[in-house]
Design a protein around this ligand. Structure first.
Ligand code: ADP
Ligand code: MG
Length: 255
């Protein structure tokens, strides 16, 4: 892969919690335009890796590059500005906000503290905010959740909340979008829909890195697949190769 083809690169990322090594020297390169899958048993260190990449956890060692820019020391909102957005395995509920409001605070950054509701500023809506309002509406329509625009975000189902999270992240027009278990706890119909949205966005050029425990979901949409086990990359290959690999089967069955 040439430099321009790599949207995200990690170099020997390491992270321990007390005596437990969650990330044990992870180096990956994510190709621009790909849907890259990341699988691995529970506790393999997948979410920790996302938290390290997106600046939510501090690294013990290693580096992270987005579009060949070193973002290792950056804060989450700065990394977002560099082109990387992520969703959470457990979506945060945006207390006191409707879906539309949540959509509008999306581009402001991805750290909880940086949420400054535009609405509290009151008074006139500036043209930039009007544009955002239109963008938000379009994005909600795209994910077929525009009928939820006025719903309080606390009243959404888990699946709906995941769609809102993804739509919010897309508002920032990221170069790469990291999804942490987008279909966990989501009903099969919605999961199918979500797979469709992801594929469609990808055809328009959106790069994805997707953690998913649901093998059949990820195998259907992603190529390549990176397998993480005990904080290390076990393998990276095409889905059909990964699916039949002895080590992967063993890692999943807890062998
Ligand atoms: P996965 O997402 O692959 O299931 P995680 O990255 O969530 O795995 O967890 C990897 C390991 O790191 C687990 O043993 C988990 O308990 C531990 N871990 C993750 N985050 C923390 C944290 N904030 N504090 C302590 N231990 C953590
Ligand atoms: Mg996880």
């Amino acid at each position: 892969l040439s430099k321009d083809d790599v949207v995200l690169r990690t170099d020997e990322l390491k992270k321990s919690f007390g005596g437990l090594t969650a990330t044990d020297g992870v180096s990956v390169a994510i190709e621009r335009g790909s849907i890259t899958g990341m699988i691995g048993p529970n506790g393999a260190g997948k979410s920790t890796l996302f938290n390290l990449i997106s600046g939510f956890y501090e690294l013990d060692s290693g580096s992270v590059f987005v579009n060949d820019t070193d973002v290792t020391e950056m804060k989450p909102h700065e990394i977002a500005r560099s082109g990387l957005m992520r969703t959470f395995q457990t979506p945060r509920r945006l207390e006191g906000m409707t879906v539309r409001e949540a959509m509008l605070v999306g581009p402001q950054g991805q750290s909880g503290e940086s949420i400054i509701p535009l609405f509290l500023r009151g008074g006139t809506i500036k043209s930039e905010e009007t544009t955002n309002l239109e963008d938000a509406q379009k994005m909600l329509e795209r994910f077929e959740i525009d009928h939820l625009a006025n719903a309080p975000s606390t009243e959404l189902s888990g699946g709906q909340l995941k769609l809102v999270e993804m739509a919010r992240a897309m508002m920032a027009q990221p170069d790469i979008l990291l999804l942490d278990e987008p279909v966990a706890g989501v009903n099969p119909t919605l999961a199918k829909k979500l797979a469709g949205f992801i594929k469609e966005l990808n055809q328009e050029g959106q790069t994805f890195l997707i953690i998913e425990h649901d093998m059949s979901f990820i195998m259907e949409i992603a190529d390549p697949i990176i397998v993480l086990d005990q904080g290390k990359v076990l393998m990276e290959d095409a889905p059909e190769t990964v699916r039949s690999d002895e080590r992967v089967i063993e890692a999943y069955l807890g062998g």
